[in-house]
Ligand binder design. Structure first.
Ligand SMILES: *[C@@H]1O[C@H](CO)[C@@H](O)[C@H](O)[C@H]1NC(C)=O
Ligand SMILES: *[C@@H]1O[C@H](CO)[C@@H](O)[C@H](O)[C@H]1NC(C)=O
Ligand SMILES: *[C@@H]1O[C@H](CO)[C@@H](O)[C@H](O)[C@H]1NC(C)=O
Ligand SMILES: *[C@@H]1O[C@H](CO)[C@@H](O)[C@H](O)[C@H]1NC(C)=O
Ligand SMILES: [Zn+2]
Length: 288
């Protein structure tokens, strides 16, 4: 009987969260994609047309829709081609440039008092003092607390008039910080829980331009950052492989190592022992 199966039985019987083959908790960093999803007001919002729904046509249930929307809606990624004519389009981004260690920079306190806050080099140095040097291939994401404002677009964009682009106030990354990161560290993605990683008052989008030039992709409207640690997760941002795509909504998630990763201490009660015995007996019987 192989040791792996025994371990699985023990895990199951003790209710432990310790699948040795996949010792991670998955955290969804994605918002629902639908009519309420946010997008820059000059672009096109989410539209769904039902193309087939019901049992009449084929004699059994069939359901499908046609979707139309900007690529930059809801929790989405920006391909480098969004701000760089020769940058990668969605279908060109290699898969090993779409998954990497999560580095979450928390500036909630600063952004609470100042919606125009931009992450400084000092914020990065503080993060590194606590958690070590930003790892190569990092997914570098701002947690500004903007998550809590969704889905109210006026409070997310920090404005009374969503049609007035010059009235937007939300935090972002400072271009000097990004220049420093590009020269001194190696990241795959730049991200934010706000609608753009350039702050709301930006009219020139320097962070988009600087990162796109390096083929660094982007993430916007990221959700649930409070549920992952500042360091130690793995984030998957494997977006749609659309030909000539400039970005797109995606199912963004983090893998957070759980105690199954390196903890073999198991607290076992009588009922657990019983379950283990039953499990192992069944396993033996099945193999006979
Ligand atoms: C909102 O902003 C738009 C664009 O600047 C402007 O045309 C419109 O009059 C504004 N609406 C209000 C209520 O101020
Ligand atoms: C970005 O990707 C494009 C397309 O593959 C390539 O031509 C360009 O050299 C890349 N730029 C950088 C800085 O890697
Ligand atoms: C695994 O063990 C290392 C070293 O003791 C520790 O730093 C880390 O936090 C542990 N990870 C988990 C998920 O318990
Ligand atoms: C290992 O798991 C036990 C039981 O769940 C727990 O009491 C202990 O603190 C854990 N140790 C580590 C290093 O995570
Ligand atoms: Zn975008």
């Amino acid at each position: 009987m192989d040791i792996c199966k025994i371990f699985v039985v023990i895990c199951f019987a003790t209710g432990l969260h310790c699948n040795p083959l996949f010792p991670y908790d998955l955290v969804d960093l994605t918002r629902n994609l639908g009519p309420d999803s946010l997008y820059y007001p000059t672009l096109a919002g989410y539209e769904k047309v039902i193309e087939l729904k019901g049992s009449k046509k084929y004699g059994h249930w069939v359901y499908s829709n046609v979707l139309q929307m900007t690529e930059h809606v809801g929790t989405h990624m920006d391909a480098p081609s969004h701000f760089n004519k020769v940058g990668w389009n969605m279908h060109q981004i290699p898969i090993n440039k779409m998954v990497g260690p999560g580095v979450i920079v928390n500036v909630k306190e600063k952004a609470r008092n100042n919606p125009d806050y931009r992450i400084s080099i000092n914020d990065i140095k503080e993060w590194e003092e606590k958690y070590g040097k930003i790892p190569d291939g990092a997914m570098l994401i701002m947690n500004s607390g903007w998550d809590a404002k969704y889905p109210d677009k006026n409070s997310v964009y920090g404005t009374k008039n969503i049609s007035d682009l010059s009235s937007f106030h939300h935090p972002g990354w400072h271009e000097d910080t990004i220049s420093w990161i590009i020269s001194n560290r190696h990241i795959l993605f730049i991200g934010t829980d706000a609608p753009s990683f350039d702050y709301g008052q930006s009219t020139t989008f320097p962070v988009h331009i600087l990162t796109s030039r390096e083929n660094i992709s982007g993430l916007e409207n990221v959700a649930n950052l409070d549920r992952i640690p500042p360091s130690g997760s793995i984030i998957s941002a494997a977006g749609m492989k659309t030909v000539e795509g400039s970005g797109g909504p995606l199912r963004l998630y983090a893998m957070v190592p759980n105690s199954g990763a390196n903890n073999s201490t198991v607290i076992i009660g009588t009922s657990n022992v019983l379950l283990i015995v039953i499990g192992l007996t069944l396993l033996t019987k099945l193999q006979d």
